[in-house]
Design a protein around this ligand. Structure first.
Ligand SMILES: Cc1ncc(COP(=O)(O)O)c(C=O)c1O
Length: 397
């Protein structure tokens, strides 16, 4: 077994990397959702092999009989992780999860119908209806006094109208970090089935969950739910290969599957050859890397929560149950600008602006803690100093 050292910094600025390239060199980037960690060795080796063979042509990936090894790995993985029995032909490879939920909206939702989402939520989900020219409906998550998020079921159901065609679920939820429980998922499914609403479930963060919070694909709950669900997953977040644009949809209902494929409208493109090679290597041989990265991430999460509680009083943070993203409530401070600009200008730390996640995001920032511990500590020290040097007092408890 390879032992990985996630404490060693990578030279990411030299790799045409959005996270490290976007801001000035003195800014520490804790924003866009990829990890500052080396990719699993078997994945790197598989990519090297494919390149050395000049295997960069079109992949044999469009038919249901293509990619039997990768399909087999995914069938086995769904069974092993979730006791979810799927068939190889249920899988449709896609060029990214964002592409895939847009395809779903194009395929299933007419312009006079609506997509329902739960803000604050990942910006492309928040904007999906607008992007695809259909109606938009929101059932915001409810934030409790302790900073945790729950679903207000009356509110959720009341948001559904005869126009609602598809619920775009984000589970695990970016940015609030919820991993929805079996009970919650059953309730989503029960309400959606009763109102004849399709479920498109973005589960890109499904492998990035922490102790006590197992991921459950909503479609795995029952065959009648799977019949009405498009499940979107990918190796990209899990194995830190987001630039390879490789993902997949699981659609057991053959009619929905056919319709979904038409949603690419001829512009969805081919799945990336290197992405497929990396996916196969990752799912075949990447689990020991994943186990190690999860230990590192969970300990970064706990370090961060402790730091915020001890040294950044006034910022409220609840430990995320999944994802490597923390959602920081900075509303108690009387900052001279929005918190994202404040920390960028005064602490030289790049975060994501909460406002881009829709209603409920104002006064918040999202912090990506998938970095070396020393980067995380340095960033937090700089944030603390910025608050201290601008003499912004933490509100008294
Ligand atoms: C919930 C969610 N969906 C999708 C994506 C991106 O998916 P892709 O890169 O496969 O388009 C992200 C990236 O952060 C995400 O958080």
């Amino acid at each position: 077994m390879t032992i990985y050292n996630f404490d060693t910094p990578l030279q990411r600025r030299e790799t045409n990397c959005a996270k490290w390239g976007h801001y000035a060199p003195d800014v520490l980037p804790l924003w866009v959702a990829d990890m500052d960690f080396p990719v699993a060795l078997p994945v790197r080796e598989a990519l090297h092999r494919q390149i050395d063979l000049s295997g960069l042509g079109y992949p044999d990936a469009m038919g249901v009989d293509d990619l039997p090894e990768l399909r087999g790995l995914l069938v086995e993985r769904m069974q092993r992780l979730y006791q979810w029995r799927i068939q190889p032909q249920d899988i449709v490879f896609t060029t990214g999860v964002v592409t895939a939920f847009h395809m779903a909206s194009y395929a299933f939702v007419a312009p006079n119908q609506a997509v329902l989402v739960q803000p604050p939520v990942y910006p492309p989900i928040w904007h999906a209806a607008q992007t695809t020219g259909v109606k938009h409906q929101a059932a915001p998550l409810t934030r409790l006094a302790d900073g945790s998020y729950v679903v207000d079921w009356e509110h959720f159901e009341a948001a559904i109208t005869p126009e609602t065609r598809m619920f775009l679920l984000c589970n695990p939820h970016n940015p609030v970090g919820r991993v929805f429980t079996r009970r919650e998922l059953e309730k989503f499914a029960e309400i959606c089935l009763r109102h004849n609403v399709l479920i498109c479930s973005d589960e890109i963060h499904s492998d990035l969950v922490y102790t006590g919070h197992p991921h459950i694909p909503i479609a795995s709950l029952a065959p009648e739910i799977a019949e009405r669900t498009i499940t979107l997953m990918a190796p990209s977040k899990t194995f830190n290969i987001a630039g390879l644009q490789c993902s997949f949809a699981i659609i057991p209902n053959p009619e929905l599957r056919k319709q979904f494929q038409r949603g690419n409208k001829g512009i969805g493109g081919w799945v990336n050859t290197l992405g497929l090679v990396a996916a196969e290597a990752a799912y075949r041989e990447g689990d020991d890397w994943l186990e190690q990265v999860l230990v590192y991430l969970e300990s970064n999460r706990d370090f961060l929560a402790h730091y915020v509680a001890e040294k950044l009083p006034g910022i409220q943070m609840v430990k995320p149950e999944g994802t490597y993203l923390a959602w920081l409530d900075c509303r108690a401070f009387n900052l001279p600008s929005d918190p994202c600009s404040f920390f960028l200008e005064n602490a030289r730390i790049a975060l994501n602006d909460g406002r881009t996640f829709g209603p409920g995001g104002e006064g918040f920032v999202r912090l990506n803690f998938a970095c070396t511990r020393s980067t995380l500590e340095q960033a937090l020290d700089q944030m603390q100093q910025a608050l201290a040097s601008t003499q912004i007092q933490a509100p008294s408890a």
